[in-house]
Design a protein around this ligand. Sequence first.
Ligand code: TMP
Length: 254
Amino acid sequence: MSRGKKIYEGKAKILYEGPEPGTLIAHFKDDATAFNNQKHGQIEGKGVLNNRISELLMTRLEEVGVPTHFIKRLNMREQLVHKVEIIPLEMVCRNVAAGSICKRFGLKEGEKLPRPIIEYYFKDDELGDPLVSEDHIAAFGWAAPQEMDDMIAMTFRVNDFLSGLFGAIGIRLVDFKLEFGRQFEGDMVRTILADEISPDSCRLWDIKSNRKLDKDRFRQDLGDVPEAYAEVARRLGVLKGVANLKIVSKETAK
Ligand code: TMP
């Protein structure tokens, strides 16, 4: 499939123009960053694994009625997606305390939250993606009230569905981050799930041992990073096509 010109390069993905108007090709890189770009590394095979994992999760979500940008996987590192205008918010949903919420409220990692909690972060690397309120979002016009309602409903739906899907393979969905975009079709616009869902954007713990199977292994220098991503892919049943993948991690502190 013909790949058009590069239109954007992010920390973990490159976007190219797609073969038809309204489409893009997302290329998944092995690069990993943490703490707003202060820590850099390469997780060998991550791009291949995240391409497969995100393909599977987006496909399942589409089947249960969550509209996504995913069209089809093209090869080991690339997928065809609908072009969207990204809404500049990170929608984080948390079931168990971990990461920044522990620092913010003095919670112990692993504490079950009273109920799933959604937080909004303004997508801006220079500002370090600050936590924002619904009123900031409305006042600055980052998302319309209807878009917020849609994103909140879809985020809870994704949480319910993925908690069950991961639970069935012995993985606890601790928290995750979603991004949404506006898809324009004629004079219609709809809000759809975009970006990726992978161990880069979720916290995933083994239910029995609480072993971390996500990017926290990279953030916290826990080792066996590619192995953890491969373990998630294996349990999801998407490792078959990538059996020859060399699994090695390389990390460099900036
Ligand atoms: P946090 O605890 O660091 O706020 O992260 C919450 C969730 O969001 C966690 O699953 C990791 C994910 N996340 C991203 O995908 N990208 C980011 O830039 C950050 C800070 C978190």
